[in-house]
Write a protein that binds this ligand. Structure first.
Ligand SMILES: [Zn+2]
Length: 453
């Protein structure tokens, strides 16, 4: 007589136990978003004032906003390699420059998707630039790689199509195992050509309805790098307005991805990380675009982290891209790879205190190596044969070189930088990538390679 109710009780108990076991053993999903060429200020105060990132502003209200996050390189390849390998450019080997050759990620360097894949995660990357494709090794440990790039810099898989690809993958991922999904948006990168209504909303009046004026074309980039084009302040403002349109367009597409994540019921089980690989210069130090300096307009990037069960908050302490891999390992209860040199930011989620750590940036896509070392409110910028020193705590724009006025600080930071560089395990500095065929053509189209190369 009471069999059905016993069965029901047993089923209910099994369900409860099953859910409990599931919630105890289930590791969180990870959605890791990198927006190419996204200046930190567009997600901060300036972004609020300009209205270019309404979705990210709303997302930030439920996340931890790291206001002083620093990339380790001013261009995509070495920066994304640092994000995914948890190592600095001097160690992971990916990068180089156009004169000496490009290098892929050094053999044997472990990466975040390798660690998560070994723990049973389903891992997948959706990327939109050749530097993140198969040739350069940065994404080699993802279980799935959806890499798209075009020969022309006027074509790109747009943000809305990238979001479609990510939502399609999420919809088909199933729940047999947790996932790590890495999504790279390329749109804010030159050429600036925002679709409507974003052009209308952000371009200067003469460009709002006329899409014929774009900036950052192949011809312009090549002329710029050859020194034949020096955009004046008015042109830079005009270009920057179009850049804002691209940022706003990407913000909307990223918002649709985050809404889709919620609609799939995944919000409570998914860590979301949103950052940029580097910024963009609009005359801050007399230049344009990126890859060519290690000043903050290129190395200061946004970082928002939302993790299940963690409060929202704000962290103003300097944090670094190498800290992200250890952070995700801690949040997923995974042992970090031995090469992950950063520290976990998990204690800072919700705004908890974090010990400051020095920040190293390296790289120059166009020429001799540039290095910076940031510590205790000071920043040393080392070019071959010249050191500059900025008191970034009081001069965040790095406008006043105090190298001559503060020799003790200069010496202290210089020694710390040299110790750090000497301490790096001497990895094989990557393997040179033979740049030819389709890739060389793409680099020419992007203005990355000269006509005669
Ligand atoms: Zn980039």
């Amino acid at each position: 007589m009471n069999r059905p109710s016993t069965l029901r009780r047993t089923a209910l108990a099994a369900l409860v136990l099953g859910l409990a076991a599931c919630s105890e053993s289930r590791r969180p999903n990870v959605l890791f978003v990198v927006v190419d060429t996204l200046r930190a200020d567009r997600v901060g105060e300036s972004g609020r004032e300009r209205g270019v990132t309404p979705y990210l502003q709303r997302f930030a209200e439920g996340a931890t906003r790291f206001e002083a996050c620093h990339a380790h390189a001013p261009w995509t390849l070495p920066s994304c390699a640092a994000i995914l390998s948890g190592r600095h450019p001097a160690e992971h080997g990916a990068g180089g420059n156009l004169g000496d050759g490009m290098r892929r990620l050094a053999d044997g360097v472990e990466t975040l998707p390798g660690v998560f894949g070994a723990a049973g995660y389903r891992t997948h990357a959706i990327v939109n630039v050749a530097f993140l494709g198969e040739q350069f090794g940065v994404t080699r440990e993802f279980g799935g790689l959806d890499a798209v790039h075009f020969d022309s810099n006027t074509e790109v898989r747009r943000a809305e199509t990238t979001t479609d690809a990510a939502l399609e993958w999420l919809g088909e991922a199933g729940d047999a195992e947790p996932f790590l999904l890495f999504v790279h948006y390329f749109d804010p990168h030159a050429v600036y050509d925002p679709p409507q209504p974003f052009r209308r909303n952000f371009a200067l009046p003469q460009d709002r309805d006329d899409a014929s004026w774009v900036f950052g074309t192949r011809q312009q980039m090549m002329a710029l790098r050859a020194g034949r084009l020096r955009p004046d302040a008015a042109t830079l403002r005009r270009a920057e307005a179009l850049y804002d349109g691209e940022v706003a367009y990407t913000d909307a597409a990223l918002g649709r991805l985050l809404d889709g994540l919620a609609a799939l019921g995944l919000d409570d089980d998914t860590i979301v990380v949103i950052t940029g690989d580097h910024g963009e210069e609009f005359g801050d130090h007399g230049g344009f675009e990126h890859g060519h300096t290690v000043y903050d307009e290129l190395t200061h990037v946004p970082l928002l982290v939302r993790a299940p069960g963690r409060e929202a908050g704000t962290v103003t302490t300097d944090v670094r891209h190498v800290d992200l891999a250890p952070t995700l390992c801690e949040l997923a209860d995974l042992a970090p790879a031995t090469g992950f040199v950063g520290r976990s930011l998990a204690p800072g989620l919700g705004g908890g205190p974090l010990e400051p750590r020095p920040v190293l940036a390296q790289g120059n896509m166009w020429g001799p190596a540039l290095t910076s070392w940031r510590q205790d409110g000071w920043k040393l910028v080392r070019e071959p044969g010249r050191d500059r020193l900025f008191h970034v705590a009081e001069d965040p724009g790095e406008q006043v070189d105090l190298a001559a006025e503060a020799p003790e600080e200069l010496s202290r930071l210089g020694k710390a930088l040299e110790r750090a560089l000497a301490g790096f395990q001497a990895l094989a500095a990557g393997s040179e990538v033979e740049v030819q065929g389709e890739l060389l053509e793409w680099m020419r189209q992007m203005g990355y390679a000269g006509e005669g190369q």
